[in-house]
Design a protein around this ligand. Structure first.
Ligand SMILES: [Fe+2]
Length: 485
């Protein structure tokens, strides 16, 4: 390439482009990987392969780059691959950036007007023998879970007709049912929503379409035994704005957050809209229902957290400023009143949660997350400035009390989203390990930390040292070897 990457926050410090695909066999281990851990920790994040056509880009615009830690018999190997999207192929062929602003096709190079814009950089989910690299504005790409070879852009064999699919589907552990949705389901900035479910073999079992209260971002969903919930956030799309070359999303402080609830298998007339005051619903910990009362746990930020999607006056939160309330919402499905009732579980600035996957949609006790703890020290002289998302703590939270068992990663480090791996398929809830990447910012490299989920404050039982830096990723999942087989 003949154009250098910009020195903007998106491309600085640990978030400088990495771009190196490869395999690392037998990573160096401090401590001991628990011998019962057998599976793969997959994650993905944006790693822009070419300098942006527009001169700079927001961090969500990078090409999907998958990391797969294969753990077996106390050893760990790592595989790093780009998702070979149509977009990345086109840019490699041209040897330059061809795609314009985030989710704004009007700013693309003439030569790629008919090339799919998917970056597949937000989550990697294993289902029906395929690893799906997902981002919410396009359909996923299917990868081979062993080789990470990109197979095809995936529409469940043409069964899914929406123009996009969430990066946060939910899977019922017992049945293998896979539930997800599309917003902007008839094209960018449209107000159409579609919900889909597929059985464990990938056959479509449910599909409904309806209109959103406003054309906002729906980043996550939750399922309970009987319902699906879509939290609508006041980040609003505008086709007129992107036609002018502007930003797709604009924060709207006058709009409610809306929790869209539909009974599983229901039709469009069954959909209900529960309103709550303006705030930004985050990632789902879990949901469950009991006698018509539907509970949803998730961190809620009291203001916009995306500095690259400002409000109409250009006001945005400074990078590194971050606060949430981990909230349990109750929706009374037997009451016609459509106000959502919140109960704040914790005021820790926690995000990127997982529950024990075996309890998705069921009553449960534990959430596993990372947090940005401002009471802990940070050494910018050694670790560099904080320029983007920043977290410094892994934790297990008792969701019934909000009590957190925490581990601070150190004053020159930062964390990435942790996942949970049970000790065995039959282990009690929470009896297992939290795995998460730790960026050693002063050493320009990363570790994979493995902690006892019920004893986080003791620190890692194993620290797997990488000779390379892994950029800040977005989401991932633990897939046990039994599921891959
Ligand atoms: Fe997400």
């Amino acid at each position: 390439m003949t154009t250098p990457f910009p020195k903007s926050p998106t491309f600085s410090t640990i978030d400088e482009p990495f771009r190196f695909e490869g395999d690392l066999y037998d990573l160096e281990i401090e401590g001991q990987i628990p011998p019962e851990l057998d599976g793969t920790f997959y994650s993905v994040g944006p790693d822009q392969a070419y300098p942006p056509k527009m001169g700079d880009a927001n961090p969500f615009n990078g090409d999907g780059f998958v990391r797969a830690f294969r753990i077996n018999n106390g050893f760990c190997d790592l595989k790093l691959r780009y998702v070979m999207t149509d977009r990345l192929r086109a840019e490699r062929e041209a040897r330059r950036g061809l795609f314009g602003e985030y989710r704004n096709r009007y700013t693309d190079d003439e030569s790629v007007q008919n090339v799919n814009r998917a970056v597949a950089n937000t989550n990697v989910v294993h289902h029906n023998g395929k690893l799906l690299a997902m981002k919410e504005d396009q359909n996923p790409y299917a990868l081979d879970p062993y080789t990470l070879e990109t197979l095809e852009q995936y529409t469940w064999g043409g069964q899914m007709e929406a123009t996009s699919f969430t990066a946060h589907p939910k899977i019922d552990y017992e049945t293998g049912e896979f539930i997800g949705y599309s917003y902007a389901a008839k094209g960018e900035a449209t107000d159409d929503i579609a919900i889909y479910s597929f059985d464990k073999h990938g056959n479509k079992t449910w599909e409904i379409w309806f209109k959103s209260p406003y054309p906002g971002m729906i980043h996550e969903c939750a399922i309970s035994e009987n319902y699906i919930i879509l939290p609508l956030m006041p980040q609003v799309m505008s086709d007129e704005r992107i036609r002018r070359g502007g930003i797709l999303f604009q924060w709207e402080p006058s709009l409610d957050q809306v929790y869209i609830v539909c009974p599983k298998g229901g039709d469009a007339g069954d959909v209900r809209f529960f309103h709550a005051p303006n705030a930004m619903p985050g990632h789902v910990v879990n949901a469950f229902d009991d006698n018509g009362k539907l509970y949803l746990d998730l961190p809620v930020a009291l203001d916009n957290v995306f500095w690259f999607f400002p409000d109409k006056d250009g006001k945005f939160p400074p990078p590194g400023s971050f606060g949430t309330e981990v909230t349990r919402w109750c929706f009374d499905m037997n009451d016609k009143n459509s106000q959502a009732s919140p109960n704040v579980i914790s005021t820790m600035a926690a995000e990127f949660p997982h529950c024990d996957d075996r309890y998705v949609g069921k009553p449960y006790k534990y959430g596993f997350m990372q947090a940005s703890d401002p009471t802990q020290p940070y050494n910018p002289e050694r670790a560099g400035p904080i320029m983007g998302f920043f977290f410094n703590t892994f934790l297990t939270m008792d969701m019934s009390t909000g009590k957190a068992d925490t581990w601070f990663c150190g004053d020159t480090s930062s964390t990435q989203e942790p996942v949970f791996a049970p000790k065995s398929a039959n282990a009690p809830e929470g009896d297992g390990y939290v795995l998460g990447i730790v960026n050693r910012r002063d050493e320009n490299r990363s570790d994979l930390a493995i902690l006892d989920a019920m004893n986080m404050s003791e620190g890692p039982v194993a620290n797997i040292k990488l000779p390379v830096r892994l950029k800040y990723g977005i989401h991932g999942n633990w897939v046990p070897a039994s599921a891959l087989a």
